[in-house]
Design a protein around this ligand. Structure first.
Ligand code: GLC
Length: 716
């Protein structure tokens, strides 16, 4: 915070009444038409610090109204010109993976392993959002998730803390830039702090069971990265950790978030989370909810009016101190000043390069889709091939936009059928199935060169409050695959799913599979370009794809058991279950390209390094020679994993510690170099202390977490 802003905040604070101070911590949602007069009056009294620009508790599922700059500028005018101290209102909206231009869902963008491109996409997103009165978005969502039954897995970055940390940095930088007050930049919000993704059984909002050891090593790293990248707000999560709702936990909200991670912005609750403390059984009434939340360090109250209705009396009764209130208001005013709201409170539409945004949307969709299988090089298809296109997602539009798409329009999305016909120079036959009295999809398939199956899940079974009990593909799609198999033709599956799904049942029938996710406005354009080989697929899995729905949770960064039945790395898999083998169908970090890459000459520039040198910043270099030995130019994501075989606290069998996505023309080779040091070699103990120990480190460098391409180094 600059000195100038600190002085301005103190000066403003000194002029505000208690009610005005509380007003800054109050975030109602957009008023309904019959609430307008009362709403304007509360703004006029300085009782509205921020507005949640949507209606309802699950904005990602329900249609929201379009934004009127005139409407929000009028609210702002009342606040600036008619309220006691003219403090501007902060407008926040869930702009999760796009505004009018919709990018792939965040889990898909994480699959790109292209942090620079993710940052560019979020810079586009900030530009479009700020053009429509939005100062603040509630993203990046950084909830590490291992259970794909949980619908919100699509909003995060998957099962790995390092990927989460890289995406956190990219999104915060893209949204906030280096100077938040600049036009086209908006306030980011790291959410949901903390542990929401561990909801038991994947059932949304359910309880979690997270040890602090796991919290510090798996769930917190992405938030630590977001804080380090300068995120200005954090949203607390609905769930409980270790017997306490996060909403009222001064340990998690203050000691950990502010004390250990160094966060200095403000914390906003999730929707109605404060009043929900009653349901969670730690408070008997609304006043106690407000008292516990504010005293725990939760600064702004989203929607339930607990603060504005109760804090004045709590202050009078001495249950909440004026210092606590002032500290929360100070944080909110500081962010408003850093955003430049006092200088530029009103929204003026600015031109932006829509074509450039669409180009980035297509680029990241191309880099997010994952080639899982390509037997006998079925792909890429020849452009003059005769294709029999089958499956419900051949004519789909809306699902490609995914959940949490509030301002995108499905009419902007081409159907897959249209996209294929745009690129193909041959025939693309599409039929819904049984028409004209016979099953035309099967007849077409007999006559075609190849069958493309458009498979997937609806956007409406993903996102908030959209958990599913079975992550298998819908039965009717499995039946379609089996039926088309009768044609004897090569079968290519395009899987338009948001969450990771169980893959064994479909992969056994298909010759080639591209996991296309829900990839936004340009999803089908990208799928068509990959199918015909205009670009080679380069996505990598940020989350494991299990064989069966009954094998979850299944994730790569597990610690070893005393008896080698970890199941993921294929040690005695038969001892995991007596009825099936739970090794992954497609593991973390996996993805093919149309070419082949060869890894050679893995080296480290020293075989030992002292603990002291590492603590003093010395790093060692790991190099590998990568060669494109196939027939296509392509991108490879070279991944570096660490294993600490012996440590005071149990360490995972593999931990991703670095990756480098490189483009290589066919027939070329290059040396890929990683620098490894203090930040990569340690871990956190259950008290959250970063711990670096002597001993052997195994370094694995390869194409996914199962690579056995290993060298060792000793920390002495
Ligand atoms: C929802 C979500 C949160 C979202 C907020 C505002 O309940 O949990 O992610 O940002 O409310 O819509």
């Amino acid at each position: 915070m600059s000195k100038n802003i600190a002085l301005r905040v103190e000066e403003l604070l000194s002029k505000m009444t208690v009610r005005e101070k509380i007003g800054q911590l109050n975030q109602p949602e957009t008023p309904l038409p019959n609430e307008l007069d009362a709403f304007f009056e509360s703004v006029r009294k300085g009782e509205v610090g921020s507005i949640l620009m949507s209606v309802g508790a699950t904005a990602g599922n329900d249609k929201q109204g379009a934004i009127s700059n005139d409407f929000y500028n009028e609210i702002q005018r009342i606040a600036v010109e008619e309220s006691p101290n003219g403090i501007p209102v902060l407008f926040g909206r869930d702009v999760i993976h796009g505004h009018h231009t919709v990018y792939p869902i965040p889990l898909a963008m994480a699959a790109s392993f292209n942090d620079k491109l993710v940052e560019e996409c979020y810079s586009d997103i900030a530009q479009e959002a700020s053009n429509e009165s939005i100062h603040w978005t509630f993203t990046p969502m950084l909830d590490l998730a291992r259970d794909p039954r949980w619908g919100r897995i699509i909003e995060g970055t998957g099962e790995d803390p390092y990927v989460g940390a890289q995406v956190a940095k990219a999104v915060v930088k893209g949204l906030q830039g280096d100077d938040l007050s600049q036009d086209g930049k908006i306030v980011a919000c790291a959410k949901h702090y903390i542990g929401y993704g561990a909801a038991e059984g994947g059932r949304d909002y359910h309880r979690t069971e997270i040890s602090d050891y796991s919290l510090f090593n798996y769930y917190l790293p992405a938030f630590r990265a977001a804080v380090k990248a300068g995120v200005k707000t954090v949203m607390s999560s609905f769930n409980d950790v270790n017997g306490q709702p996060v909403t009222s936990s001064s340990y998690y909200l203050d000691e950990v978030l502010r004390g250990k991670l160094g966060f200095d912005g403000f914390v906003v609750s999730d929707y109605d989370a404060i009043i929900q403390l009653k349901k969670q059984g730690v408070a008997a009434d609304n006043a106690t909810c407000a008292e516990f939340a504010l005293n725990a360090g939760l600064d702004m109250d989203m929607h339930d009016k607990c603060y504005i209705d109760n804090l004045e009396k709590l202050i009078e009764d001495g249950k909440v101190s004026m210092e606590t209130l002032d500290e929360a208001v100070r944080r909110v005013l500081t962010v408003k000043m850093e955003k430049g709201l006092f200088e530029k409170p009103y929204c003026e539409r600015k031109e932006y390069n829509k074509e450039a945004h669409l180009k980035n949307a297509e680029e990241i969709a191309l880099e997010s889709m994952v080639l899982l299988k390509n037997d006998n090089n079925v792909l890429p298809l020849k452009k003059d091939a005769t294709i029999s296109l089958v499956g419900t997602y051949a004519q789909e539009r809306r699902s490609h936009l995914g959940s949490w798409c509030i301002d995108g329009k499905e009419e902007d999305v081409k159907t897959l059928c249209d996209a294929l016909r745009e690129v193909s120079t041959g025939k693309v036959w599409y039929s819904k199935g049984t028409e004209l009295g016979w099953d035309s999809s099967l007849v077409n398939s007999y006559a075609a060169d190849v069958v493309v199956l458009a498979l997937g899940e609806s956007w409406s079974t993903t996102g908030e409050a959209r958990a599913v009990s079975d992550i298998s593909l819908p039965k009717e799609q499995i039946e379609l695959i089996k039926k088309i198999k009768l044609s004897g033709k090569k079968m290519v599956g395009l899987v338009f799913c948001g969450r990771p799904i169980a893959m064994q049942e479909i992969s056994q029938y298909l010759d080639a599979i591209i996991y296309c996710w829900h990839s936004g406005t340009k999803a089908t354009d990208a799928a068509a370009k990959l199918l015909f080989g205009e670009v080679s697929p380069s996505g990598r899995l940020p989350a494991t794809l299990p064989r069966l729905a009954t094998h979850i949770p299944l994730y790569y960064n597990i610690t070893s058991s005393g008896r080698p039945v970890d199941c993921y790395y294929n040690e005695n898999p038969a001892k995991c279950y007596v009825d099936s083998i739970p090794t992954p169908c497609y593991p973390f970090g996996f993805g093919l390209t149309y070419t082949q890459f060869k890894y050679d000459d893995l080296k480290v520039d020293c075989d030992k390094i002292s603990l002291e040198d590492i603590k003093n910043g010395k790093k060692f270099k790991v190099t590998v020679v990568l060669e494109n030995i196939g027939d296509f130019d392509a991108k490879e994501t070279v991944q570096l994993y660490l294993r600490t075989p012996v440590a005071k606290w149990m360490r995972p069998l593999r931990e991703l510690k670095a990756y480098n996505k490189v483009f290589m023309k066919k027939g070329t080779s290059q040396v890929v170099t990683f620098e490894i040091g203090f930040d990569e070699l340690g871990y956190y103990d259950p008290q959250g202390n970063y711990t670096l120990e002597k001993g052997i480190r195994e370094i694995y460098v390869g194409e996914n977490c199962l690579t056995e391409n290993k060298i060792e180094i000793t920390v002495c």
